[in-house]
Design a protein around this ligand. Structure first.
Ligand SMILES: Cc1cc2nc3c(=O)[nH]c(=O)nc-3n(C[C@H](O)[C@H](O)[C@H](O)COP(=O)(O)OP(=O)(O)OC[C@H]3O[C@@H](n4cnc5c(N)ncnc54)[C@H](O)[C@@H]3O)c2cc1C
Length: 232
């Protein structure tokens, strides 16, 4: 009986979702590959691409299963699947992609404290804050445990020195999630910390890495900075 009720609700959700997408997804976005032209950051969007992002953000469907209190849609996995199916049926692209949504957001949801979630997740679910990933280094790629970027723990702040490489989209990013070595005296797979900082910090600079085709999708990022470890 309960199972039957749940299925009826899902059928209703599908009907409502189909109508909502029909009314709200701009016609120009309904084509395979439309997302390829959609930059990850809101500030670089315009026209229907921006409208699609804003409409989905208002609905909470940039991150459909994240809690509504952080700007998500609060959907169940089954509802999210239906949403994806209905979007695919009209070739509607995901409104946003990238590491903000797929890496740092889920990490904060799982591991972050409430203050960190409230501070960072709404920027992702609205598409306004774009993150980059600072893991690889000139001598730490496949062997990531070899990372050397040093963070000295000074109690209420870290002093960070080092360099990251192959940082996709660093030139557009607002924040970086970054792996740093906080204890050099233990096995190299240990003594590593995960820090978050804004790319506007004066201690962050970067140099685009130009590829043979002339594009420069990655950067080398140089860090010489002071990062507050108590939330502010
Ligand atoms: C499109 C793209 C986007 C990226 N974006 C980011 C990003 O945003 N942030 C970030 O931190 N990193 C990023 N990276 C870096 C990436 O995730 C890897 O860390 C990096 O490409 C691998 O390191 P490396 O280039 O130093 O190669 P290496 O680790 O030096 O490897 C070179 C070669 O040696 C081989 N090799 C390595 N170790 C061994 C072993 N033990 N035995 C046998 N063979 C081995 C590898 O398979 C490879 O063929 C990106 C990479 C790509 C391609």
């Amino acid at each position: 009986m309960e199972e039957h009720y749940r299925m009826a609700n899902l059928d209703q959700f599908r009907t409502e979702t189909r109508s909502w997408l029909e009314a709200n997804c701009p016609a120009s976005m309904r084509k395979k590959g439309a997302d390829a032209d959609n930059p990850y950051t809101r500030k670089k969007r315009s026209g229907d691409s921006l409208l699609w992002l804003e409409t989905m953000a208002d609905k909470g469907w940039i991150a459909p299963t994240w809690p509504t209190k952080y700007g998500g849609g609060g959907l169940s996995d089954a509802e999210q699947l239906i949403l994806r199916e209905e979007m695919a049926a009209i070739s509607a692209p995901p409104p946003l992609a990238g590491m903000s949504l797929t890496m740092i957001g889920p990490t904060l949801l799982e591991m972050g404290n409430e203050e960190q979630k409230q501070r960072h997740l709404p920027g992702i679910t609205s598409g306004t804050v774009h993150w980059c990933q600072g893991y690889s280094e000139p001598n730490a790629g496949s062997d990531l445990a070899n990372l050397q970027t040093k963070a000295e723990d000074k109690g209420d702040h870290f002093i960070i020195n080092g360099s990251k490489i192959w940082t996709s989209g660093a030139m557009h990013a607002d924040w970086m999630f970054c792996l740093v070595r906080t204890d050099p005296n233990v096995q190299k797979q240990k003594g590593i910390s995960f820090v978050l900082f804004p790319m506007t910090d004066p201690g962050v600079s970067y140099k685009p890495i130009r590829l043979i085709n002339g594009e420069a999708p990655f950067c080398q990022v140089f860090l010489m900075m002071f990062v507050q470890t108590k939330a502010s």
